[in-house]
Design a protein. Sequence first.
Length: 322
Amino acid sequence: MSSGSSARAVVAALGANLAIAASKLVAFGFSGSSSMLAEGIHSVADSGNQVLLLIGGRKSEREPTEEHPFGYGRERYVSGFLVAVVLFSVGGLFALYEGYQKIKSPHPLENLAWPLGVLGFALVAESFSFRTAISAARQLRGRQSWVGFIRHAKAPELPVVLLEDFGALIGLLFALIGVVLTAVTHSGVWDGVATLAIGFLLAGAAVILGIETKSLLLGEGASEQQVRRICAALVDGDVVTSVIHMRTLHLGPDELLVAAKIGVEHDDTAEQVARAIDAAEARVRAAVPIATVIYLEPDIRRTVEKTPAEPAPDDAGTPQTP
């Protein structure tokens, strides 16, 4: 993966989720808690999601081919979208089904020490993973809010891990509340209610991820700040006098395509224009390093001279005179 911080966050989340999934499923086997089962399946789904992100990151590094001349950078977006599908179907829908069944046919829990101990361990492990993701995201977030970062981040790995870990922590609190209320009231209905809450939480996180990764798959342009830098870098005030129009597109999180029509003077020679284009490309790459693919088309900016407005014709069709 191109981003080392993203890779570390994904690997940390994978290790935590594998350990947590095993402990939750063991706790379910000893206690029969449906919320523990839902949380166990949730952690299994999260582990699969992290594997998908790592595979997508590795595939995105393949060299361009004739069939895919712009490379495979969007593999990371595909992996992010698959994560949303897995999180919704495997995690959310399963938890909703288990919660409904538990409310329909409640039964008391056994060996409460197991789910309580596992939930405590899971909270510590998920907090470690969440802290790692936050630390990695701070390097890229800048002055954006966390909501803004998740909405506008071009690399899908960190938003996915942040949402998964945050959802996991909230889900663990739901499970803890459900287990405690079940133990106090001796009614398994509360365990089922907690499981339903976990299901709705996972489904909501999956919908958010699906919307954001869909936008990336459709193709997003450079940020406003990057557009300003590119425009400023293109114009040298000598040969390149203006940017007539420009389009940008993310080929991947760290690859930006720039296509622009630049204004030159009508008496510039072909050699001058060619050298100016080479220099402009170098300036753009220095200003925005992820601008890896640049296409510049020189053109003469045409200005339409304004002419004095003619007097409007009268009813007979002849111009009116003042």
